[in-house]
Design a binder for this molecule. Sequence first.
Ligand code: IVH
Length: 669
Amino acid sequence: MSSKSAEKRLRELEQLVEKHNHRYHVLDAPEISDLEYDRLFKELETLEIKHPDLKSPTSPTVRVGGAPLESFKKSRHEAPMLSLMNTYSEEEFLDFDMRVKKLLELSDDAQVEYHVELKFDGLSMNLTYADGVLEKAATRGDGEVGEEVTANIRTIRSIPLRLNTSNPPKRIEIRGEVILQIADFEKLNQEQEKREEKIFANPRNAAAGSIRQLDPRIAASRPLTAFWYGMGAADGYQPKTIGEFHDTLQAWGFKTGKNWKICQGAQAVLEFYREIHAERDSLPFEIDGIVVKLNSFRQLDQAGFVARAPRGMVAFKYPSRQVTTTIDDIIIQVGRTGALTPVAILKPVSVGGVMVGRATLHNQGEIDRKDVRIGDTVVVQRAGDVIPEVVSVVVEKRTGREKKFEIPRECPSCGTEAVLKEGEAVIRCPNRACPAQFVERVRHFVMKDAMNVEGLGEKVVELLVEKKLVQKLADLYRLEKDEILRLEGFKEKSTQKLLDAIEATRKTELYRFIFALGIRHVGERTSKSLAQHFGSFDALMQATQSDFESIHEVGTEMAAALAEYFGNAENRSEIAELLREVELIAPRKNAEAGVFKGKVFVLTGTLPTLSRTEATQMIEAQGGKTSSSVSKKTDFLLAGAEAGSKLDKAKDLNVRVLSEEEFLLLLRK
Ligand code: IVH
């Protein structure tokens, strides 16, 4: 392709991909299949690699997340991010309406025009666009200075990298809320749980936690989205009403949400408030109220400010979804790695439309802090309205018959003395042979993202372990037909189905096997990196803690967990036994389809996060080669700090020089 036609195609693809991003992520109205989308994306990426000079800084390929940052930079907002006054009842809202009329010098029975919209419960964000291009994204911080999180925000596909207008304002700050939808939040927590990683209390915390990650690839992997409703400093744009601004936001490509309205007078606002309240449980995301704003910017100005809040706007909150019930019992759940978690068994109760029968009490510290006892009447909430949690005890309801609870010193499953490691809140059963832990380990082993034994659910695992048919992981592969037939509920057909499902997993990909072992802190993603890095299980078993630490995605804590796991004789013999049953398929080297197919790299200097071996492996995995000296045949020089003569030579020969960040960007997808 000539460079002219390449450029034409490139621009076309950029627009196409962004258009389909917008249709899918903002309008909820995709026009093409995911497969077709991926094809366009890939074509764009490939062209950009071939013609790096033509790549635009607002290309949709930047959304896959760049290299990790050392820390977040501070960023001063051009106009401060203010807050809202709150009202909690219809009376309070009517008072607000009266106050507003006084400020606007209107009569008491005048009907003020309000713009009403949802109050999204997320992380507030300030985007700065310069000449229509996203320049910066920053968190609210103290309202004056926030943290710059542009790399993370760019990964959110519903956020325009460039405003969809031929006549953008010179500069403008756009404000909104980054959120996770409830279903995505629940899925994320399930994944976090499987990986034994942090469980988020609610979608808001999950969104905030995702944005506060220094590695943009984490944000990229989370299905974040955002709603936009506000404006900070603006140069070259001055709408007359909030309604007009709202329409402009939509036209520019922002997601604004569908539930908003212009109301004449307070009664119409109350109707909207009640309507949304009734719909609240069926919205796919969390809201904590509505926001009522004077529609006219002139009137907003006239109303002025009190403290750091505009007097012409108010947050009209809904009561939080809390109910009271009683604690019938407190039980201890034993996790896969031995964590003993106290769980309150509640008299079942409906909280915001969801029946709740259990609530986590986290750990002893939490129980003591809240002074929770068996028999107590407690206030329960679905924190962020999803995970049930005991908020507090209704002490007035105590009868004196309540029983204090202390997490037993022994594991309730095997009786082994539990240990509390210094600095940890969670007490653990240290016995690897503990039956409850073992059930959890088998459940993890057969899970979909691990070995993927279809149809082997929790109950059957429990049964197999209880009947001692499975006492080690490898026993799964030695089950006999007549043993299973004797189990309750198994007939000829279901038995055969189970055996076939297990049989089908005898040949499995390396990463699945690594993940299936259930090593602490090692999730699916890390397992993939490990498989890619080491290429074989043998190599992985030989690795030392510092070998693990040299891998891009592996932190100190995880490296220690890996070293500890593979250093343990019991684990090693369990693995050896499993490997007599299971055959591992090495990771697919996509050298054929690799993005660096046929490209020659030279490495120089110290890269910020990658080791040389790692970078070389990544290049080779994508079909590229490395060479030690720069020549006319070199396609890329991957240069880190203190790059010497190779860098000069590359510049002389017009060889493209890549930073680690650029290199990783090319690698994504
Ligand atoms: S307007 C002067 N509109 O709620 C502040 N805020 O409790 C203008 N929020 O800081 C804010 N949804 O982060 C506005 N539709 C909405 C909102 C909204 C959520 C957040 C925002 C604000 C906080 C105040």
